[in-house]
Design a protein around this ligand. Structure first.
Ligand code: SF4
Length: 367
């Protein structure tokens, strides 16, 4: 597809990048990883901020830098330590890949970050977006980043009708961004695009009245800001029903580690059953038996608690049952209380349930 939309709105590259970088020089967000362009810090921030808002990711970034000031420190940590620090941020494969990539850098690259976009792509968990961000910000390579902020800004600015969730649409957006990038200041240009999309051309209520690009904005001119960026289909979320068995014995509970694949891989939670349909009483009793619970009648059942993952809506229930004589199955780990629990990486949903303080207030359960 040609880039006709660019010339129809305003001349290429120079005015756009000049306007944008000028805005950035005055309004850029004072983020801690911007104090230096050290690749370790930029990489860490980019991985944390994937699918995550800056306000949410910031404390995690500070925590990681404090715990692992260098890529070597991160490489030498255990996966459990890394997952524990990541707890609550979701998308745990990012944390596992972060850890593996740190080990790659130390073992395969002598502790030095690769310096080109092409080489950066060899690192675990580093895709085209992250590679372009690091290469442009740290090594001045003129490669454009395209993320949700950039889709939105370019989609509105040029009234791009190609859907962002098709290969054709994505390629057009990438071409457009590549065409616009300032070749002398690619890092500033990319960060300006991200900041502008995050703070001015926002998803809801964009600040069009104070936008320096407004005179050039095709969506503004046609009163169609809400139409862009165009998507071909709305994302469908499949509901997943989960039922957890919280077995309490002598004031402690039993956890088990989740499998390596699937949601919350390798994290710890309670024995559970899952289904794409509502779980029946029969299914529940039979699952309970496999975990060694013969009678569920004394259980206090919470919920349902709704929990949203990216592509999936979860409806969860927790059955808390006191079994003083319980014999755990081999994969279960006994947790004696809140202090012991802190050592285990848990899914946010389980944390939400546990915030009802089942250890200290046996009667206080989500109902
Ligand atoms: Fe975005 Fe509004 Fe500016 Fe257009 S005028 S680029 S829609 S903030």
């Amino acid at each position: 597809m040609e880039l006709k939309h660019l010339t129809s709105v305003f001349t290429l590259s120079t005015p756009f990048s000049a306007l944008l970088i000028n805005w950035y020089s005055k309004r850029k967000r004072p983020l801690p990883w911007r104090k230096s362009n050290a690749p370790y810090r930029i990489w860490l921030s980019e991985i944390i901020l994937q699918q995550t808002r800056v306000e949410q990711g910031l404390p995690y970034y500070m925590r990681f830098i404090h715990a692992f000031p260098t890529v070597e420190n991160l490489a030498n940590a255990s996966e459990e330590e890394v997952l524990k620090l990541w707890q609550g941020l979701g998308y745990y494969s990012r944390a596992r890949n972060l850890h593996k990539a740190a080990q790659q850098i130390v073992h395969d690259f002598n502790g030095d970050f690769p310096t080109s976009c092409q080489e950066l792509l060899k690192l675990k968990g580093v895709g085209p977006y992250t590679a372009a961000a690091i290469a442009s910000i740290c090594f001045n390579e003129p490669v454009a980043v395209v993320d949700g902020n950039v889709f939105r800004l370019l989609g509105r600015l040029f009234a791009i009708d190609s859907p962002i969730d098709t290969a054709k649409g994505k390629a057009l957006y990438q071409q457009t961004a590549n065409k616009l990038i300032d070749k002398t200041q690619p890092g500033d240009f990319n960060q300006a695009m991200m900041d502008f999309g995050a703070t001015v051309c926002t998803p809801r209520n964009p600040r069009c009245m104070e936008c320096p690009l407004q005179p050039h904005c095709a969506a503004w001119a046609t009163n169609s800001v809400k139409v862009y960026p165009v998507k071909s289909k709305s994302s469908i979320t499949k509901p997943l029903f989960l039922h957890f068995f919280v077995i309490r014995k002598n004031g402690g509970v039993f956890l088990r580690q989740r499998p390596e694949k699937g949601i919350w891989a390798n994290l710890f939670d309670f024995p559970s059953i899952s289904s794409f349909d509502k779980i029946s009483e029969d299914q529940l009793s039979s699952a309970a038996t496999t975990f060694g619970i013969e009678d569920l009648s004394g259980a206090k059942t919470s919920g349902p608690i709704k929990h949203q993952l990216t592509h999936r809506k979860i409806m969860a229930e927790f059955s808390l049952i006191d079994l003083p004589e319980f014999e755990p199955t081999p994969e279960m780990t006994f947790i004696s209380g809140p202090a012991a629990l802190r050592a285990y990486p848990l899914p946010k949903l389980v944390e939400r349930y546990l915030s009802n303080e089942i250890f200290t207030h046996p009667k206080k359960i989500v109902t």
